[in-house]
Design a protein around this ligand. Structure first.
Ligand code: PMP
Length: 396
């Protein structure tokens, strides 16, 4: 039965992890995966999460099925976070939100719904983008193409190219946009450039799908969410996927969401009913624990304040590591200006290193990043930074 089954290629990033685990170099550093580690190199368990879990343990509850769209208090908290609790879309009830299995689940439920709604539409993703965007939309049945984004020569964004591609896209094209902290490059467009993107999306009748996997990791929760307000103001209807994997350090609990902004409350009810079909036929309904924890934190002002402070701490530490990387590379003798690293935002840096240099980093120094030159700056710490800087200086 399975004789014709071919071996699928290894996931490039998870494959890197396996290679890292097998590496005997005591100085090895894993900058491959997109995970935040604290200054001790440990995956944090946030205090707000621990406190919410302690409360849950004190009043244990039975585990019935959740509704198909998840915990209502969670979905409402997500709406508030993404659109603003007092915003017009939330108050008028025209947002349909479902609890999803991670940000990936939110994207997939959205993709399945879109495939039924606009089966002939093409999907445009940034070049480059998070690896799974292409695979996920392709598997949902779409033809996926890309719009220009990173310009290696410029060490920045090819904004003219991006805008021209959006302007040339046929009406109905689904455009996947990173709401903040672009993965993998670390380069975000400016608010003024967002205005131009929104104008092009509106004029061209495109369908925006905003992927917000890092709200709060860029400039702040409100600041990173401001782009959503811009789309609302433009009078557009659109999709937003949310992930709490990083912002709550709840990677393995798979907590995410999909929100669809509709034109009216009545329309949102119809859209929600279709999202529920996509969920029901995939995994029936979401798991309880992660959503319950996030809801318990976001809906309790004191606990939410703790979360905001813990998120700010992660954000500030990443920024400090970017600066240390720039300074450390200079101190290690790197002549070229690496200052671009501090103009990037979020967990990642496109370092500008070539594939050969990344392979040397790995093989000779045990410093792991992807072949594209992407490094996770959120995995740097005061103990490994000097070694990473010296290693990079040697391969440059
Ligand atoms: N979108 C982007 C841009 C991401 O970087 C990630 C996580 N690496 C996701 C979505 C998926 O998030 P999750 O792990 O919550 O499924």
């Amino acid at each position: 039965m399975f004789t014709a089954v071919e071996m699928a290629p290894r996931d490039p990033i998870l494959g890197l992890n396996e290679q890292y685990a097998a590496d005997g170099n005591p100085k090895k550093v894993n900058l491959g995966v997109g995970v935040y580690y604290d200054d001790n190199g440990k995956l944090p368990l946030l205090k707000c999460v621990q406190a919410a879990e302690e409360d849950m343990m004190k009043a244990p509850s039975a585990r019935g099925y959740l509704p198909i769209d998840g915990i209502a208090a969670y979905d409402n908290a997500v709406k508030g976070l993404v659109f603003g609790a007092d915003s017009e879309p939330v108050k008028s009830g025209r947002v349909a939100t479902i609890q999803a299995i991670g940000g990936t689940g939110g994207l997939k439920v959205g993709a399945d719904f879109l495939k039924k709604l606009s089966p002939g539409a093409k999907v445009l993703i940034s070049d480059p983008s998070w690896e799974n965007h292409r695979a996920l939309f392709t598997n949902a049945g779409f033809t996926v193409e890309s719009y220009p984004y990173y310009d290696a020569a410029k060490r920045g964004i090819d904004f003219e190219g991006m805008l021209a591609a959006l302007k040339a896209a046929p009406a109905g094209t689904i455009v996947v946009l990173h709401a903040c902290c672009h993965n993998p490059t670390g380069y975000d467009i400016t608010p003024a450039q967002w205005d131009q993107v929104i104008a092009a999306v509106k004029a061209g009748g495109l369908t925006p799908f905003l992927d917000m996997a890092y709200q709060g990791f860029g400039h702040g929760i409100q600041e990173d969410g401001a782009v959503i307000g811009k789309f609302v103001q433009a009078g557009l209807t659109f999709f937003v996927s949310t992930s709490f994997s990083k912002s709550f350090s709840l990677y393995g609990e798979r907590v995410g969401a999909l929100s669809v902004l509709c034109e009216s409350k009545e329309e949102a009810a119809r859209v929600l009913s279709q999202l529920k079909i996509a969920i029901r036929t995939n995994y029936s309904n979401p798991p309880i624990h992660g959503g319950a924890v996030v809801a318990a934190v976001l809906n309790d002002p004191a606990r939410r304040a703790v979360w905001e402070a813990e998120l700010a701490e992660m954000r500030v530490r990443i920024k400090a590591m970017r600066q240390k990387l720039v300074d450390g590379l200079k101190a290690a003798g790197v002549k070229q200006d690496m200052g671009f690293i501090t103009s990037q935002i979020g967990m990642f840096s496109y370092s500008g290193l070539t594939k050969d240099q990344m392979v040397r980093l790995r093989e000779e120094f045990g410093v792991y990043g992807t072949d594209t030159g992407r490094m996770c700056v959120a995995a740097l710490n005061s103990k490994n930074i000097d070694y990473v800087c010296e290693s990079i200086a040697k391969v440059l």
